[in-house]
Design a protein around this ligand. Structure first.
Ligand code: ATR
Length: 285
């Protein structure tokens, strides 16, 4: 592409940033839409955030993505936030418009989209998330927004699961929240009768592909399973669930969809979903 005096700058901030896939997706989107825009990665440590945020605004950056460990830390820099950013206390997409920083959380939209692909209809009974980090936070917000009545958070560190439960309880009075340890007995108890299971732990991610966050015996037939992991596309958890006839989905649609939502917020235009997925798959290969 030809960089000119009129090129609009978009970026992603986080630390580390080396392995981010967002520049690939968004730069293809700019080219496909004939936009004079470029998207670049900036490694920004939390202790540099204040200088970074002031600098990016002063330099006229048009929009940015925010990743680990900055999603919660950028929140106070926003002039406006959307419902999902407020629900999670985390921002992953920023649009600079009319001198204001507008913060969004398109991760939650990506999870909701994945739940729809799995065939979860609005409302519902019990939903279970494994993990209690940033990804689990987006999943719980999506569960609340979807209307699940009982939301179960299981995590290796039970204390962290309890903290996530306590964070969401006042925000969603209609839902019942449960926090527990990620052990076989607890998983078996809550997965039986659940409509959907979402794994947000890193267990099963390349290169340790033989690991599974719960024993296969805990997965009841009929439960829908989403794994945030996209490398490999079929984790041991998803293979076990598929073997029982369950509907399964990896994290690739979630990843691509949150990017599509961000791209649309910035440009008003669309990204080619299938092309983005194919490009990422080739990249992993
Ligand atoms: P993310 O933003 O992707 O959610 P994170 O905040 O680092 O990342 O959270 C990673 C999650 O994977 C945590 O829930 C972590 O459990 P702990 O809170 O107990 O650390 C979970 N996790 C990582 N390795 C794990 C393992 N070997 N077994 C079980 N859970 C694991």
């Amino acid at each position: 592409m030809l960089i000119t005096g009129e090129t609009s700058i978009y970026c992603i901030i986080g630390y580390p940033i080396l392995h981010s896939l967002s520049p690939i997706i968004h730069n293809i989107g700019f080219a496909d839409n004939g936009l004079n825009s470029v998207y670049v990665p900036f490694a920004l440590k939390p202790e540099e955030l204040d200088a970074g945020m002031k600098g990016l605004k002063a330099l006229g950056v048009r929009g940015m993505s925010v990743t680990v460990p900055l999603k919660e830390l950028v929140f106070p820099y926003m002039d406006e936030t959307d419902e999902y950013a407020r629900m999670t206390g985390a921002v992953n997409t920023v649009l600079y418009e009319d001198g204001k920083a507008r913060g969004f959380n398109s991760d939650v939209v990506g999870v909701k989209y994945s739940l729809e692909l799995l065939g979860c209809s609005p409302g519902g009974g019990r939903a279970v998330v494994l993990g209690a980090g940033g990804a689990a936070r987006a999943v719980v917000a999506a569960f609340v927004s979807h209307g699940f009545r009982e939301i179960v958070i299981l995590n290796r560190s039970e204390e962290r699961a309890g903290a996530l439960r306590d964070f969401f309880t006042p925000k969603a009075p209609a839902a019942v929240f449960v926090a527990g340890p990620l052990d076989e007995a607890t998983a078996g108890r809550y997965l039986s009768g659940a409509e959907v299971l979402v794994n947000t732990t890193s267990v099963g991610m390349y290169p340790k592909v033989d690991a599974c966050p719960v024993p296969a015996g805990c997965i009841p037939p009929g439960i829908k399973v989403l794994d945030a992991i996209y490398r490999p596309r079929e984790t041991k958890l998803l293979a076990a669930a598929r073997g029982k006839g369950c509907r399964t989905l990896c994290g690739l649609d979630w990843l691509v969809h949150q990017g599509i939502v961000a791209f649309n917020l910035w440009t008003g235009k669309g990204l080619d979903r299938e092309k983005a997925k194919a490009v990422l798959e080739r990249h992993f290969a």
